[in-house]
Write a protein that binds this ligand. Structure first.
Ligand code: HEM
Length: 171
């Protein structure tokens, strides 16, 4: 991997990434000690990844090459990296928009109160029963548009899709 360091802030960022990777390894080691407990008791993606890693190694599968410790740390750090700022910034936008449009905030609150009440947390099953809240979230995402250009993507080989050709950029 090439790392080009040009400014102090980039240097700091790269140190943070290395520090985060050290933390992920510590977390992973802790979980690994408990691998016996996760069998039949998958609680999250880290449990699933550790179990898949163990299974591929036990079976002597070629897939074990794609589930090394480095891959697991990479996957977990992708989720934290991609999921932290996006969620924080979207929540900031939500608060700002709800403060500006209090009539809409009231309707969302009433719907949540009617459907969920105060005695439990919301779950995915509630999603279809909260159309106004969901439409509001969609509108916040559309309006805030925090990643307007998305992420750069590339094909790993030349691909023909109808009349479109995507030339690979990797050699
Ligand atoms: C409101 C919160 C979020 C927003 C607005 C958001 C937005 C986005 C956008 C626009 C992309 C690029 C899609 C593309 O160009 O193909 C993306 C990709 C991604 N997001 Fe999120 N995201 C959010 C939360 C999260 C969370 C919580 C996670 C993980 C726990 C996550 C993990 C990822 C990953 C792994 C990718 C890359 C997918 C790929 O490689 O194709 N995101 N996200």
């Amino acid at each position: 991997m090439n790392v080009y360091i040009t400014t102090h802030s980039e240097n700091t960022l790269i140190n943070c990434i290395y520090e985060a990777q050290r933390c992920y390894l510590q977390v992973q080691n802790k979980f690994r000690c408990k691998i016996g407990n996760v069998i039949g008791n998958i609680r999250d993606i880290l449990d699933s990844l550790l179990l898949s890693q163990k299974e591929t190694i036990d079976e002597g599968s070629d897939l074990a090459e794609s589930l090394t410790d480095a891959h697991l740390v990479g996957t977990i750090s992708d989720l934290f990296g991609a999921g932290t700022d996006t969620t924080i910034i979207t929540l900031h936008w939500t608060l700002a928009i709800m403060a500006e449009y209090q009539d809409i905030q009231k309707k969302v609150a009433m719907e949540i109160e009617e459907v969920i009440g105060h005695d439990r947390l919301p779950s995915l099953e509630d999603r279809g029963r909260l159309p106004y809240a969901e439409a509001t979230m969609m509108e916040v995402l559309r309006f805030s548009s925090i990643l307007p250009l998305g992420l750069p993507h590339a094909t790993t080989c030349d691909v023909m899709l109808g009349i479109l050709v995507f030339w690979t950029t990797s050699d």
